[in-house]
Design a protein around this ligand. Structure first.
Ligand code: BEZ
Ligand code: FE
Length: 284
């Protein structure tokens, strides 16, 4: 029998996980044990600190639900979500890069006709997003599905507002020319939810808890790699300090302010409006 000592505990724990049935889970758990033991040793973890951490984790779990996933938010602010995204979506050069999904996507958004108003009369600055979905050879992709969602002018998403009806989210489909045009309102930058355990942690720091203005897209088409991404507003506040590390150079788009008049959907706007031109490129 081998009794545990400070010196041999890591080896004992690693050996124990040899008994894990799945080779992949064994690999993951042994690596986790190795890194966690090393972390505990490196910071010389004190008992009160360990207790604070496990209580914080328990509270994080209690706070999580179908509508709110505080652990994903933790993963986001630690840069883990973007690292997992980078490892899993190594698209070829020329393809539009992916970025973090975030916690506010809702499945089953209503399908709207191209050019329909995503914001359906909500307060905000009118904004038209126009472009095409293409393949790496520049050929338009017909029948691509654009699942679009965004925050309102106050930086709030449907699930945060507890709306009963779909709110600032919709699905659009490209025709044979691969083109899309979406009418909406300009999104603002906003704070991530700060009323949970992640907020408690962030308040222990001077880290900015804001995201720069963006619109979310989940684009899919048969035979192509699905793309989960955002368009970020060029020169937006927080563009250099996104709390979830989501900004990529290729995803920054100019929101061009236009005077009142004819819009990309052919209607006439009595107010100035933004036009964002952006072509998405999918890989096979
Ligand atoms: C979002 O963009 O919706 C988001 C992403 C990560 C954390 C919080 C919000
Ligand atoms: Fe967002």
């Amino acid at each position: 029998m081998q009794c545990a000592t400070e010196e041999n505990l890591t080896d004992l724990a690693l050996e124990r996980w040899e008994a894990c049935h799945s080779p992949r889970l064994r690999q993951i758990m042994q690596s986790l044990v190795k890194h966690l033991h090393s972390f505990v040793r490196e910071v010389d973890l004190q008992e009160d600190e360990w207790l604070t951490a496990v209580n914080w984790l328990a509270k994080t779990g209690q706070l999580s639900s179908e509508k709110r996933h505080e652990f994903i938010l933790l993963s986001d602010v630690l840069g883990i979500s973007m690292l997992v995204d980078a490892i899993n979506h190594r698209f070829p050069t020329g393809a539009t890069p992916s970025t973090v999904m975030g916690p506010f996507h809702i499945e089953g958004s209503p399908e709207l006709a191209m050019g329909a108003d995503l914001a359906a009369g909500l307060a905000g600055e009118p904004c038209y997003v126009v472009g095409a979905i293409r393949d790496l050879d520049g050929k338009p992709i017909a029948g691509a599905k654009l699942d679009v969602w965004q925050a309102d002018a106050d930086g709030m998403y449907e699930s945060q507002l507890g709306k009963k009806e779909p709110f600032l989210r919709a699905v659009f489909r490209t025709g044979p020319d691969g083109k899309y045009v979406i009418r909406t309102i300009a999104p603002p930058g906003y704070s991530i939810p700060m009323d949970g355990t992640v907020g408690d942690l962030m308040r222990e720091t001077d880290i900015s808890h804001y995201r720069p203005a963006h619109i979310h897209f989940y684009i899919s088409a048969p035979g192509y790699q699905p793309l989960i991404t955002h368009l970020f507003k060029k020169d937006a506040r927080y563009i250099d300090s996104d709390v979830v590390f989501g900004v990529k150079e290729e995803l920054i788009a100019e929101f061009k302010k236009q005077p009142a008049g004819k819009t990309p959907t052919g209607e006439v706007s009595s107010k100035p409006f933004y036009v964002v031109g952006y072509d998405f490129t999918l890989s096979k």
